[in-house]
Design a binder for this molecule. Structure first.
Ligand code: ZN
Length: 671
């Protein structure tokens, strides 16, 4: 019996052999399936771009994409297709990496892992421009995706902002439109130029209501995709502490780019202090076309030529400062690591920006990818007071060619300041004052109208009118509207300050406030202008903090820096009001920190007046004025600087006068 158990019968042998054969066949089949039928190994973004991507004709270098041409982009691209990374943040200089990273990501996911994609731009216009000038041209020039956009199910064609493809769609939306942001589930989110997003999307005038931070609103759409969702954010930074991209970067694993010295082999993260711009021995002038990166390594000290710089980039590498953060990869990179901007070009921009904090800020933000640290944001009123000048008030100083006025409306009085503006946004305070009374009284309206009708003599005795007056409609809104409506000249407009920083520009788009019986807005009715108070205050404080050039510098032909503010011998209270606010950091209930303006004393009216005056200058296009525009204004006001002066008119030119001759009596006109 026992042997029977140990030795298999022939029958049993046959069965076992058959089992063995079956298993073997199954294994062979499985192997064959795996070999022949499984999808090809998945490409990462770098492999995909190097294999398939072509740059459109309108890019700097068209033709086949080569990651090796933009070495610093390699690692960020790998992060995008890395399944363990959910967020990628790129804080970089302009014209480098950001756009192509977004495009490569979009095309990669359309082709490799079709999913819903959303691209968010700061504004509708920029969203549409991206779609037309970047996305479509890139799709067209890249053969594997050139026919990817299909008609949607209803047979409708693709639009600029919504494009279908098999397995998904790409929506191109504005961060200012809450409906677009909350549209549908999205897996791949591309957040571009995020420092220009509003702080509160869909907020009403003055920042009330709204859905909150546009990035959080949009990002909620990705929850259904869980770990597979992806968030790519990119921008050049702005002001330290208030820059969104900086906040995102700080939450990431913070990669910095090391470049290799071709002479000593040392690796270093370069910044602007590594660039040497030699100076003329006698004059001290910068010689920007001799600028070069200098290796600061002991015993090296070699100056790099452009070829050396390209070598340093090719052999560079990224290093994370916070390697524990594995799910969020952040990259910070300046133009020094960009093969597209030669050092001498950067040096020229830097030299041109000397003495102008405005321009230096732009240089550091957009070229060095560094945030700008405001130096002593709140100006010291005593220091400003000491800088008063002795020119007489109510006379227009030479150089001031554009006259604006800001009026702040209080319960029992109106506060105003008249400002003259000139080249480089230099300003002169011309008059300040208070009109007693409540704006709802006809008598007060009459006196305000008379004031706005006034003119100021310039050095040639020519009477110059206020060219734009901005009246604050935040307090007694309807009465201000009624005044502006009755005044009946576009020289006088109503404005509303946006103090929460939702508006990122000096002025916004004016909104129609007049409605007809059906409640429809009347297109030719009164317009109320939104004013970016937060932006203007930031700029004004920067201007107030500008250093006055020394007399010697001025004698040697030097000029005041951009935005320099001149003011006559006003009382202390005026300057205390000017310097009455500060920026403070505030964390809202969504945990998103932002900076807001906070009043440090009760009265800040003259600061508001200046804000409205600045807005008026923007309405008069001061930010777009060319030299020839200024010459025209000089000629018009009889103060042309060139030798061949036009005959000086003896009275106000008729064309200008018309705006002033408004009507004789306020109350009569009303009836
Ligand atoms: Zn070296």
């Amino acid at each position: 019996m026992s042997t029977r158990l140990l030795i298999p019968t022939n029958e049993e042998k046959r069965v076992r052999t058959t089992d063995y054969a079956k298993r073997k066949i199954t294994r062979l089949i499985n192997e064959a399936i795996q070999k022949n039928l499984s999808p090809p190994p998945k490409l990462n973004l770098v492999e995909w771009a190097d294999k398939y991507r072509y740059l459109p004709k309108n890019s700097a270098e068209d033709g086949r994409w080569k990651t090796s041409r933009v070495e610093a982009a390699r690692q960020p691209m790998l992060s995008v297709s890395n399944p363990d990374v959910k967020e990628v943040t790129v804080m970089s200089c302009v014209q480098f990496m950001k756009t192509e990273l977004m495009i490569n990501t979009a095309l990669f996911y359309m082709h490799q892992e079709p999913s819903p994609i959303m691209y968010v731009a700061p504004k509708k216009e920029t969203a549409e421009a991206w779609s037309k000038e970047r996305l479509v041209t890139s799709v067209d020039s890249t053969p594997v995706v050139s026919n990817i956009f299909t008609e949607n199910r209803r047979g409708q064609g693709n639009t600029i902002t919504q494009k279908q493809f098999s397995g998904g769609q790409i929506s191109i939306v504005s961060a200012r439109n809450p409906t677009d942001l909350a549209m549908r589930a999205v897996r791949i989110m591309l957040f571009d130029e995020i420092d220009n997003y509003p702080t509160n999307v869909g907020a009403g005038e003055g920042g009330s209501g709204g859905e909150g931070d546009p990035i959080s609103v949009a990002w909620k759409r990705s929850t259904t995709y869980g770990k597979r969702a992806k968030k790519i954010s990119a921008c050049s930074p702005t002001v330290a502490g208030r820059s969104r991209i900086e906040q995102e970067y700080k939450k990431s694993n913070q990669n910095v780019f090391f470049q290799k010295c071709p002479y000593c082999g040392n690796f270093k993260v370069l910044d602007w202090t590594d660039v040497l711009i030699p100076r003329e021995e006698k004059t001290g002038d910068f010689i920007h076309d001799k600028a070069a990166i200098v290796c600061k390594q002991d015993g090296c000290g070699t100056l790099w030529n452009e070829g050396d710089r390209h070598y340093s980039i090719k052999h560079g590498y990224w290093k994370s400062l916070k390697p524990k953060v594995t799910w969020h990869h952040g990259y910070k990179v300046s133009a020094l690591a960009s093969p597209f901007t030669p050092i001498v070009e950067l040096a020229k921009e830097f030299v041109d920006a000397q003495g102008n904090p405005e321009d230096l800020k732009v240089f550091y933000n957009t070229r060095m990818a560094e945030t700008w640290k405001e130096k002593g944001e709140q100006p010291n009123w005593e220091r400003i007071y000491e800088r008063r000048e002795t020119y007489p008030p109510e006379i227009i100083p030479d150089g001031a060619l554009m006259i604006t006025c800001g009026v702040d409306v209080q319960k029992d009085y109106l506060v105003y300041e008249t400002v003259g503006w000139g080249r480089k946004k230099h300003s002169w305070s011309i008059e300040k004052g208070i009109i007693d009374g409540n704006i709802s009284d006809d008598d007060t309206k009459e006196r305000l109208a008379n004031f706005l009708d006034r003119t100021y003599p310039n050095s040639k005795g020519i009477e110059v009118p206020i060219m734009k007056a901005c009246i604050d409609s935040g307090y007694n809104t309807q009465e201000v509207y009624s005044f502006v409506r009755s005044y009946g000249s576009n020289r006088v407009v109503s404005v509303k300050g946006d103090s929460v920083g939702n508006l990122k520009t000096i002025i916004g788009t004016p909104s129609l406030v007049d409605v007809n019986i059906d409640g429809k807005r009347i297109s030719r009715g009164l317009k109320n202008w939104m004013v970016g108070s937060a932006v203007i205050k930031e700029q004004f404080y920067r201007w107030l903090n500008c250093k006055k050039p020394t007399d010697e510098m001025l004698k040697a032909g030097g000029d005041f820096p951009t935005g320099y503010c001149h003011f006559p011998e006003y009382d202390e209270e005026f300057f205390k009001q000017w310097c009455s606010e500060q920026y403070i950091q505030q964390t809202d209930n969504r945990g998103y920190s932002r900076y807001i303006w906070e009043k440090l004393r009760k009265d800040n009216h003259f600061l508001d007046c200046r804000v409205y005056s600045r807005a008026g200058s923007a309405m008069l296009q001061i930010d777009r004025m060319t030299e020839s525009d200024w010459i025209d204004l000089e000629t018009e006001w009889g103060v042309a600087r060139n030798e061949v002066q036009k005959p000086i008119p003896t009275q106000v030119p008729e064309a200008r006068k018309t705006g002033v001759q408004r009507r004789s009596n306020w109350i009569k006109r009303k009836q």
